[in-house]
Design a protein around this ligand. Structure first.
Ligand SMILES: Nc1ncnc2c1ncn2[C@@H]1O[C@H](COP(=O)(O)OP(=O)(O)OP(=O)(O)O)[C@@H](O)[C@H]1O
Length: 254
C-alpha cells in the first residue's frame, strides 16, 4: 500500500530569514502533486526538508506513520523515498546502466554492506535486469550501454529519473525536472511523469517552475510564496486563485 506524505507545520530559518513558515500539506497516495511558487518562495527549501538535506526548526514530515524528519537521505531510500536532482548529478562518462545501477546499490547497500556481505554474481545480474527494465519503461532501453555524456538533455533527465526509480520508491521526489528544457522536451517529459504515476501507482511530488507542465499533469497543486503556503487544491482552483495570480502569475507576466 502506498502511504501518504504529510508535511506538518514545517518551519525553516536561515539566520534571520524564514524560508518556510508553518508549511503543511499532504501528498495523497498515488497522487501527482506539484509544489510551485515564484523565485525564492521556498520550493527547494521544502524539497530539501522532505528529502532529508535540511532539518526543519519545527514541524514534521511523515510517510504514513513513519517520521522522516531529520533522517539522512540513505535512510529515506530504504523507506521508499526516491529523488531526482535539479542538476542531474550523474556520472557523465559512465553508461546509462551503470548510473541506474548506482540507484540499486543505494537500495542494497544498507542491507548488504552493513552485514559485511557482497552481492553474488547472480544478485548483481538480477539487479542489472531490473535496472534495464526501468530504462525500458522510461524509453531509454536502447541506450543502456551509451555513456550519459553522449545523450541529448531530455534523455539525461530520464536517466536521472530511472536512477530514482531504481530504489523502488513509494514516493518519488522530482526537483525541477523540466529546468533547461525546450517546449518539445518538456511535453515529452510530462508524458513520462504521467506514465510513472499511472503505471507504477506511486506518489510523486514535483517541484517545478514550468506552470504549463504542472497544470497539465498535476492532480493537486500547493503554492508557496515568501515561505508561506498560499493555495492548495486542484490545478483549476489554484490557477484561478487571486492570491496565486498576484504572487505567481503576476510575476510571470511582469
Ligand atoms: N542555504 C541557504 N542559506 C541562506 N538562505 C537560503 C538558503 N537556501 C535558500 N535560502 C533563501 O531561502 C528563501 C527560499 O529559497 P528557495 O531556494 O527555497 O526558494 P525557491 O522557491 O526554490 O526559489 P527558486 O525558484 O529561485 O529556486 C530565499 O529567500 C533564499 O534566498
Amino acid at each position: 500500500m502506498i502511504p501518504e506524505l504529510r508535511v506538518e507545520g514545517v518551519m525553516l530559518r536561515f539566520g534571520g530569514l524564514t524560508a518556510l513558515d508553518d508549511v503543511s500539506f499532504t501528498v495523497r497516495p498515488g497522487a501527482l502533486h506539484a509544489l510551485i511558487g515564484p523565485n525564492g518562495a521556498g520550493k527547494s527549501s521544502c524539497f530539501n526538508v522532505i528529502s532529508g538535506l535540511y532539518r526543519p526548526s519545527a514541524g514534521h514530515v511523515l510517510l504514513g506513520d513513519t517520521e522522516l524528519t531529520g533522517l539522512r537521505p540513505h535512510r529515506l531510500v530504504r523507506l521508499g523515498v526516491g529523488r531526482s536532482f535539479q542538476n542531474a548529478a550523474l556520472s557523465m562518462h559512465s553508461t546509462v546502466l551503470d548510473n541506474v545501477m548506482l540507484g540499486r546499490h543505494a537500495l542494497t547497500r544498507g542491507g548488504f554492506i552493513a552485514a559485511g556481505l557482497r552481492l553474488t554474481v547472480r544478485g548483481q545480474r538480477k539487479h542489472a535486469r531490473r535496472a534495464e527494465e526501468i530504462c525500458e519503461f522510461l524509453g531509454i532501453g536502447r541506450l543502456v550501454h551509451t555513456p550519459v555524456s553522449a545523450l541529448p538533455f531530455g534523455d539525461v533527465k530520464r536517466v536521472d529519473i530511472a536512477r530514482a526509480l531504481a530504489v523502488e520508491p513509494v514516493l518519488l521526489l522530482l526537483d525541477e525536472p523540466a529546468a533547461g528544457m525546450n517546449a518539445a522536451e518538456t511535453a515529452e517529459l510530462a508524458g513520462t511523469i504521467r506514465e510513472v504515476r499511472d503505471e507504477l501507482g506511486i506518489s510523486i511530488l514535483l517541484v517545478e517552475h514550468d506552470m504549463n507542465l504542472v497544470m497539465g499533469i498535476a492532480d493537486r497543486v500547493t503554492v508557496l510564496d515568501f515561505g508561506r503556503l498560499i493555495a492548495d487544491g486542484a490545478p483549476g482552483e489554484v490557477q484561478s486563485d487571486p492570491e496565486v495570480i498576484r504572487a505567481y502569475l503576476g510575476t510571470e507576466a511582469a
